[in-house]
Design a protein around this ligand. Structure first.
Ligand code: ADP
Ligand code: ASP
Ligand code: MG
Length: 409
């Protein structure tokens, strides 16, 4: 008998009928002889609704209380799914994160899982039950409820699969696998049969929210066989694997876009040692993560310094940088929160030159101005104006022939 962890996302448990469908799928897996642990998200829209309520009372609510609030979304779905399973004659029991000891650090709203006590889950499975666990939540050393960041139920599922040494972790969602790009942006996007952990990690980091970044990190680290599938249709989905690509591996596996970006420029700052530190030091102290950084070649003793942050941190970062710029005697601070990052990802890029120039040429042909560039071994990212997001994604998808199976099959 094998053990499977299944995770169902918000849309998949969006109403009572859909929860009933999930119950049927779980029972089908049981009938195939598997032990099943199910992780569920809150019903679609619920986490946003709760967040909005809190912000009506305080635009910057206490993060501890936010976690107590947001964790209720998942508690609703575990109970409803267990009710649906039992009604269908399938023994089931629901557990919150705290009840199965999903121990995290105390970083409210973005906590990291440290440890899971598998005993209670194994005991419940041995009693012949389906175990239904609330995704996205845990408990810290002091017993406070924590949450794992948006999309965190994916990470709960993979972490449980690792802790229980499950045979497979199946992520059921509203698309039937991982695509060459977000199918909502490019309908010609193609489902990938398989993708390496490395590429999936890069795609998730660069905006493909089909899997939370941490879940892919966990899966890679503990070698958890991970598959993304549709809740609504049959099909093989996409396997995320550590296997090296075969000969027919495409140069590029996917195109991603991230809207969560904002850019700040300190213009006319004295070109002296310590500039980066004086600008970015206070940003780091405020716990704001910096993504891309560019410093221009100095001219007449002055230079321009540009960096990007998460759009949620834009206002805070702008205030800090204005203060730093004044102290340093910089000419001005410019900010832009209507930019996006568009990236191409592929391990095949490693052994090929010319990919970057093809990317830049494609964007130029569409009249899209590139504002910043950053590269690594397996990705190239550009910052462009927000209005070009869809155009850039589609143009790159087409230029790298991603709608075609590599090898032309
Ligand atoms: P869930 O609620 O099931 O966790 P999410 O909304 O978090 O679902 O993730 C699924 C969504 O991810 C899809 O509806 C799709 O629009 C988006 N997405 C972005 N990039 C990709 C991609 N490369 N492949 C598949 N889906 C993607
Ligand atoms: N409900 C949480 C969210 O909306 C976690 C998840 O769905 O994975 O982000
Ligand atoms: Mg998700």
């Amino acid at each position: 008998m094998s053990l499977i962890v299944q995770k169902y996302g918000g849309t998949s448990v969006g109403n009572a009928e859909r929860i009933g469908n999930v119950a049927d799928k779980v029972i089908a897996a049981r009938k195939q002889g598997h032990d099943v642990v199910v992780v569920v998200s809150a019903m679609s829209g619920e986490t946003d609704r709760l967040l909005k309520l809190a912000r009506e009372l305080d635009p910057r609510p206490s993060e501890r209380e936010l976690d107590v609030l947001l964790a209720t979304g998942e508690q609703v779905t575990i109970a409803l799914l267990s009710i649906a399973l039992e009604k269908r004659g399938c023994a089931a029991r629901s557990y919150t994160g705290a009840q199965v000891c999903i121990r995290t650090d105390s970083a409210h709203t973005k906590a990291r899982i440290m440890d899971i006590d598998a005993e209670r889950i194994f005991a419940s499975l041995s009693a012949g039950r389906v175990v239904v666990v609330a995704g996205f939540q845990g408990v810290d050393e002091q017993g406070n409820i924590t949450t794992l960041g948006r999309g965190g139920s994916d990470t709960t599922a993979v972490a449980l699969a690792a802790a229980l040494k499950a045979d497979e972790c199946q992520i059921y969602t509203d698309v039937d696998g991982v695509y060459t790009t977000d199918p909502r942006i490019e309908p010609k996007a193609r489902r990938l049969d398989r993708i390496t952990f490395e590429e999936m990690l890069e795609m998730a980091s660069l905006g493909a929210k089909v899997l939370q970044i941490r879940s892919v990190e966990f899966a890679g680290k503990y070698n958890v066989p991970l598959r993304v599938l549709s809740s609504f249709e049959q099909g093989p989905g996409t396997l995320i694997t550590s296997e090296e690509p075969n000969m027919e591996q495409a140069l590029i596996s996917g195109v991603t876009a991230n809207r969560d970006e904002a850019k700040l420029t300190v213009a006319g700052v004295p070109d002296q040692p310590g500039v980066a530190h004086r600008i970015l030091g206070p940003i780091a102290e405020a716990n704001i993560e910096v993504d891309m950084i560019v410093q221009n070649v100095g001219e007449h003793g002055l230079t321009d310094f540009t960096f990007t942050v998460h759009r949620n941190d834009y206002d805070k970062a702008l205030d800090i940088v204005k203060r730093a710029a004044k102290d340093m005697g910089a000419r001005e601070v410019q900010g832009d929160n209507r930019i996006v990052k568009v990236s191409i990802v592929g391990v095949g890029m490693r052994s090929h030159a010319g990919i970057a120039s093809q990317m830049f040429q494609t964007l130029a042909a569409e009249g899209i101005n590139i504002r910043m560039i950053s590269t690594s071994e397996i990705k190239i990212s550009v910052v462009v104006d927000e209005k070009y997001l869809e155009l850039a994604v589609r143009a790159l998808h087409s230029a790298f022939k991603l709608e075609q199976t590599p090898g032309g099959k």
